[in-house]
Structure formats: C-alpha cells, structure tokens
Ligand binder design. Sequence first.
Ligand code: SF4
Length: 173
Amino acid sequence: MQDTKIDFSPKCDACAALCCVMLPFDGGEDFGFDKAGGVACKHLKAHACSIHADLEKRGFAGCLRYDCLGAGQRVVQEVFAGQSWRSDPSLTEPMEQAFRAMRRLHEDHALLDAAARLPLTGDENAQRLRLLADLDVADRQTQASLSAYETGPKPRAVRDFLAQLKARLRPRR
Ligand code: SF4
C-alpha cells in the first residue's frame, strides 16, 4: 500500500473535465437540458466551462453542487497517465467507467470517515475501521482494480454497514 494520503478535494487543473463529459444529467431545476453520459456538455469549451461564472443564473446549479471527491484527477493522472478523451476519443468509454468506479471508491471512504462522528459502539467502530482499511483507497488504481472494486463485494459491505447504523440510530417514536 502507498503511504500517500489521498486528497479528496477536486483538482480541476489536473483533470480533463470528466464531470462535464462522463456524467449524464436530466434537464430540470438543476440542469438546463438533458445530457447523456460520455458526451461533452455543449457549454464545455477548450479546457473550461464557458458559463462558469453564471451557472446558477443559467439553470445549472447542479454543476455547482457536484463534487467528484478527488476522483477526476486520479483517473486522469494515475489511471491514464495524463492521457484523456480529448486527445484520444477511444478513451472516453474506459475513462467513464474508471471515473464512475473511482468516485464510488472515494465516496465509500468519505461515508465511512463521516460515520466516525456517530455514537458507535466499540464493535461498530472496529467494523468501520476494518471496512476502511479494506478499501485500499490509497493504493495505485488501474482500470482493472477499479472495475474489480465496483463489481466486487466491498461497495455492498459498506452500504450494508451504513444501513445497519441508520436503522439502529433512527430515533424511536
Ligand atoms: S454547464 Fe459547465 S460545469 Fe456544467 S456540465 Fe456544462 S460545462 Fe460542465
């Protein structure tokens, strides 16, 4: 395992606008039109959003709220060694898959971190720490490791653990 601490804050300069390309959205309150996943948003110009200063006013508040939790820069720099869909469109689909899985991995880690603030029993906290260690979030990720994560049992184990806490901590009427 690497010693490196993972930075969960987005670094758009080290990414390749993955959120503006890989994610689908539906037109409505948060987005101005429908967009399919794997297709660049029509507001994405060169390297940046052309309406960034006016997102809310232009009906794209959802873009302001989205947080990739640091998945984007890892996919571009670590998994694809700085290459991207921009120079090689054949990378669009594999990058879409890797981004989805990396985001899930980072989100699962963030949720287990946040669970430390709950009134956990000793056993629950031990289980939380085991699950966190099992995520191997700081390990160097590859397309294969991310696919294995997404399709393997770990995401379900995290959700089951969190659901069990939610049920126990739900206030009694
Ligand atoms: S509106 Fe701007 S920030 Fe939102 S998806 Fe399109 S290019 Fe990205």
